[in-house]
Design a protein around this ligand. Structure first.
Ligand SMILES: [Zn+2]
Length: 232
């Protein structure tokens, strides 16, 4: 067991180091681009509307004040067509859907709870499973079929995708009314009301509740083949 634990620690250190390198490279590209607004749009804090979207999702589990948004041009990063997150900076690429903002904010949470290594894990999962909507690194249903039945055990992209879908599809009773989507699940949980997530015929409410508890405070995430968390 000691040998295995040693191997895990070495892998963990390597991932952290590799993650820090990826993040540092990304930051240095960004810091050069920032000098020229024609290359990269200026960073801004969250708007009041964006805070209202994210507050029930993260609910104090991660601070909103130092999240920065870059709306438009992202220079070199425009080779990636979709929004992405570097540390606590979210590159929205001109997209406006709140569900996408929620997805990217989960990556900020991952960065805060796991450090830079999550970047490498996310890239590793994309290399291993691809990015196809079905069966790819974003496909949390495929992850569950692979045996990762707890939200905190899902790969980074599958975690973020699950939270996005939970925000977009989850049902909750808010102020006595049944609401679906638009963060209803999170707002209902925050108010102590009933909430559920149905995925076709499958009830995913337990997975959703575990996810919300992790986002709000504890839990962090484990990566596959890491030491599992002790039962809560
Ligand atoms: Zn993502």
């Amino acid at each position: 067991m000691i040998g295995r634990r040693g191997a895990i620690t070495a892998r963990s250190r390597w991932l952290h180091l590799a993650g820090a390198v990826v993040l540092a490279l990304g930051r240095s590209v960004s810091s050069v681009q920032r000098l020229s607004p024609s290359l990269q749009a200026p960073a801004r804090p969250l708007t009041a509307d964006e805070r209202a979207v994210l507050q029930p999702v993260l609910a104090g589990g991660t601070a909103l004040d130092d999240i920065r948004i870059i709306d438009g041009r992202a220079g070199l990063f425009d080779v990636v067509p979709h929004p992405f997150t570097l540390g606590t900076t979210i590159y929205l690429k001109g997209r406006r859907a709140p569900g996408l903002l929620v997805h990217e904010a989960v990556h900020v949470w991952q960065y805060r709870t796991r450090g830079a290594r999550y970047t490498v894990e996310a890239l590793g999962a994309q290399a291993r499973y691809g990015t196809a909507r079905v069966g790819g690194a974003y496909d949390w249903r495929a992850e569950v079929r692979r045996g990762r039945t707890r939200w905190r055990d899902l790969y980074a992209e599958a975690q973020a995708q699950f939270v996005q879908e939970l925000w977009e599809e989850g049902v909750g009773i808010v102020d006595g009314r049944v609401e679906r989507g638009g963060g209803a699940f999170f707002r209902a949980v925050e108010a102590g009301g009933p909430a559920r997530l149905d995925d076709g015929p499958v009830d995913r409410s337990a997975l959703a509740r575990e996810c919300v508890a992790a986002l709000r405070g504890g839990g962090g995430m484990t990566a596959p083949s890491e030491i599992p968390h002790a039962p809560d």
